[in-house]
Design a protein around this ligand. Structure first.
Ligand SMILES: [Zn+2]
Length: 228
């Protein structure tokens, strides 16, 4: 089969045999793929040095009949997130790996957008904003100005309720109160970089994200464990 080239983001690399790696990659135009990087565990392999998360990669592979392709070339593009954001970025990548499964045409642009947002925010609320955005793009969340059950538009100065991992109006449910300020802060951090949230609001946001992930059976990232 003819070779294909595309931009990609590395999700996971799993050792295979003594010398190779199996790589899960989100590609810009070909969805999520699995490729074998032969010899990638050898010390001098170009694959070994280049196959890293947090970078935009340009890859070439030969599709395989059984579904797994063979990586034939790779080069590294720009670094999307610097080392200070490494842990939250890796957690983001782990969640995206659950959100976008093999054969899903989506994922690359969603993860790229989320990593770019993380790179540009204060680390803590940046991770919340990036996860929230990715979950919203994946269709797991509604928007912040409507009740997710009845669809009514909710004015910016009205508190809402958080019930069963849904943001709802006061008629549709009763749970943890989501103040107008928290909702405004969340929207603000997602939209622009220079916003800082109060620690209490950050905690609430983390808890909400943890509940959404748990509702969908996603393994919680380590930094969310104590909040769930
Ligand atoms: Zn409602």
């Amino acid at each position: 089969m003819a070779e294909i080239s595309d931009d990609g983001l590395l999700l996971r690399r799993i050792p295979f045999s003594e010398t190779s790696l199996i790589c899960h990659i989100l590609t810009a135009g070909h969805g999520r793929i699995t490729v074998m990087a032969r010899g990638a565990r050898r010390p001098k392999s170009i694959f070994r040095a280049t196959l890293a998360p947090l970078y935009r990669l340009h890859i070439t592979w030969r599709p395989g009949r059984s579904g797994m392709g063979t990586l034939t070339d790779i080069s590294r593009g720009e670094q999307l997130v610097d080392e200070s954001r490494m842990l939250p970025a890796l957690e983001l990548i782990a969640v995206s790996s659950t959100l976008f499964q093999d054969g899903d045409p989506h994922g690359y642009h969603e993860l790229h957008e989320a990593l770019s947002l993380l790179a540009d925010r204060h680390a803590d609320e940046g991770q919340c904003a990036a996860l929230w955005l990715m979950l919203e793009r994946a269709g797991w969340l509604g928007d912040l100005s409507h009740c997710w059950l009845c669809g009514d538009m909710i004015a910016a100065d009205v508190p809402m309720q958080w019930q069963h991992a849904h943001l709802v109006c006061e008629h549709c449910g009763e749970g943890m109160e989501i103040s107008a300020g928290l909702r405004k802060g969340m929207a603000g951090v997602i939209r622009q970089s220079n916003i800082h949230m109060a620690a209490r609001d950050r905690e609430s946001w983390r808890m909400m994200i943890g509940l959404v992930l748990r509702e969908h059976g996603v393994k919680l990232p380590d930094s969310f464990r104590q909040h769930g």
